[in-house]
Design a protein around this ligand. Structure first.
Ligand code: PRT
Ligand code: ZN
Length: 283
C-alpha cells in the first residue's frame, strides 16, 4: 500500500484533494481523519501540516507527498522531486520599504531581514557574497519593517497585494515555487509502479486544465488556413461532411486564446463552432 502525505488544511489542501479526485482516486471519509484509505486505488492519504511533509517523505513514513517546492528547498532533505503539479504558484522574494533606494543585493550587507525561510535566504546571500542578519520568525513577517524591527523581509509573494498593503516593494525574486510531488528515494519496484500510474493520471489531468475541445464546420479549401489557427497534439481531426466542399474539424485549444481563435476561424469561413470542456488529455 502506497502512502501519500498532503496538507490537512491551508492553501494546498483543496487543490491536492481535487487532483487526487480528478485522477480517479476516491478517498473514504477524508474529513477529520489523519489517515484515510482510497476506495479504488492502492493508496492511503496521510494529512499533515505542510512543514512536516518533506521530513515524512524523506524518512519513508510516507512514500510520496504534495508540498510547495519552497518547503522542499527550505528543509533541504533527501527527497526526489517527481512532478510539478501546476498549482500553488508563488515566489520567495526580498522586499523593502518602498522609498528605500535599492541598487542590488549588496544593499543587504549588514541589514536585518525577517523570514520564515532562513536556509534559502542564507544560501542566496552566500551565493551573492553578502553578509546580512537573518531574523527567523514564523508568521507576520511583512509587518516587521514598519514596526522598526527589521530592514527588509524575505517572504512568499503571489499577487503582491500583501507587500503593497504593508508599504513594501519586491526587489529580488529568489525562488519560483509551485506544488510538487515528492518521493522517498529508492522506493521498491512495486511502489514505483503505483507512483508511475498516479503520475501518468496527474499529467493527463494537469495537461487538460485550461484547455477546451473545439469543433466546427469549415469549407474544405479553408482547412490549410484553419490548421494554422488551431494546431493540435499531432494535427487536427478532419472529417468530410455529407455536403460536398465542407468538412468537420476538431481540435484542442487553450481556453485563454479561445475568443481570438474563434474570430480567426470565422474569418476563414468556419460555421457551427462548438466549444466543449475537456476532462482528461492522454498524450
Ligand atoms: O498549516 P500549515 O503549516 O499546513 O500551512 P501554512 O500556513 O504553513 O501554509 P499555507 O497553507 O499558507 O501555504 C502552503 C503553501 O502554499 C506554501 O508553502 C506555498 O508553497 C504556497 N503558496 C502559494 C502560498 C502563497 N501562494 C501565498 N500567497 N503560501 C503563502 N502565501 C502567503 C504569504 O506568506 C504572504 O503572507 O500569502 C501572502 C502573500 O500573498 P499575496 O497574494 O498578497 O502576494
Ligand atoms: Zn506550514
Amino acid at each position: 500500500m502506497l502512502r501519500i502525505a498532503i496538507q490537512t488544511k491551508g492553501r494546498l489542501n483543496e487543490d491536492s484533494t481535487e487532483l487526487l479526485s480528478d485522477a480517479g482516486v476516491k478517498i473514504k471519509d477524508s474529513k477529520r481523519k489523519f489517515l484515510a484509505q482510497a476506495e479504488n486505488f492502492p493508496i492511503e492519504v496521510l494529512y499533515l501540516r505542510d512543514d512536516d511533509i518533506p521530513q515524512t517523505v524523506a524518512s519513508g513514513l510516507a512514500d510520496i507527498g504534495i508540498v510547495g517546492l519552497n518547503e522542499v528547498e527550505e528543509k533541504g532533505l533527501k527527497v526526489d522531486v517527481l512532478q510539478k503539479l501546476g498549482f500553488g504558484g508563488c515566489r520567495l522574494s526580498l522586499a523593502l520599504p518602498k522609498d528605500e533606494p535599492y541598487n542590488g543585493p549588496q544593499y543587504f550587507a549588514g541589514k536585518t531581514i525577517a523570514t520564515s525561510y532562513p536556509n534559502i535566504l542564507r544560501r542566496y546571500m552566500a551565493e551573492q557574497g553578502v553578509d546580512c542578519k537573518v531574523a527567523e520568525i514564523s508568521g507576520s513577517v511583512e509587518i516587521t519593517p514598519a514596526a522598526g524591527l527589521t530592514d527588509a523581509i524575505f517572504d512568499i509573494v503571489s499577487s503582491g497585494g500583501t507587500l503593497v498593503s504593508n508599504g513594501l516593494v519586491e526587489v529580488e525574486k529568489v525562488l519560483f515555487s509551485e506544488a510538487v510531488l515528492i518521493g522517498t528515494p529508492g522506493m521498491s519496484a512495486e511502489k514505483k509502479a503505483v507512483v508511475d500510474e498516479l503520475m501518468f493520471r496527474f499529467e493527463s489531468v494537469i495537461d487538460s486544465r485550461g484547455k477546451k475541445y473545439i469543433l466546427m464546420n469549415i469549407p474544405t479549401d479553408a482547412v490549410d488556413k484553419a490548421v494554422q489557427v488551431i494546431p493540435a497534439m499531432r494535427s487536427p481531426t478532419i472529417m468530410p461532411l455529407a455536403q460536398e466542399g465542407w468538412c468537420s474539424m476538431h481540435s484542442v485549444v487553450e481556453e485563454k486564446d479561445i475568443w481570438d481563435k474563434i474570430k480567426a476561424l470565422k474569418e476563414i469561413g468556419a460555421e457551427g463552432i462548438l466549444v466543449l470542456s475537456l476532462e482528461k488529455m492522454i498524450r
